[in-house]
Ligand binder design. Sequence first.
Ligand code: 5GP
Length: 225
Amino acid sequence: MIQTKKQGNLIIISGTTCAGKGTIIKKVLENHNDIVLSISYTSRPPRGGEKDGVDYYFVSQEEFEEKIKNDDFLEYAKVRYGNYFGTPKSEIIKQLDTGKDVILEIDVQGAKQIKEKFPDTILIFIMAPSMEEVKRRIKARGLENNEQIIDRFKTAYKEINEINKYNYIVVNDDLLEAVNKVESILTSEKCRVDRIEALSVENQEEIIHEFLMEKEFDNSGITIE
Ligand code: 5GP
């Protein structure tokens, strides 16, 4: 009777550094096999333990620029320390067409570009409970030098100023609760009335009439208008 759009939803998850986006997304993916994560291309070198084709597709700056020329990206931006990051186009369109929801874990600049091209995109911003906590988590990671840590911290503030471009905010002070909130958002979005493609109302009168004529139904005193 109701036919909803076959196409999956496009979902962007951005957030302040060290807000736990990656962990939240991992949990959501474990719980839902109809949701996939897009793997971005980047010109930044892999960090310890990162794998090509799993965390990112790692390419040189020249290879990235070649892909820009070939129009291979839905969006791209220079994110940190002049490194390119970009969302591959063809794979995502394919996944959406098969009905899968696709999550993009991208920054605010990329989110803006995608929203302009695909206004139905769902934008979720994940926040750490406080900037004090961000500071603590950055230091605890111990991955980068001072200059890079300060850059991350400044970027976090810049990104927070863009929050009004997003549809939802999830504060991650309790991981399970944050995962639950993201899952609830995705479930609600699937139930939106504007996802209905066809609502069959044919033969309404005939069906009502047949129902009223059923023997076991007490139809005395009911008239059909
Ligand atoms: P890193 O992996 O270096 O810790 O952080 C990468 C930053 O770039 C994160 O803020 C992440 O959200 C963002 N990012 C990752 N992939 C993409 C992408 O394809 N496009 C854009 N615009 N940002 C991305």
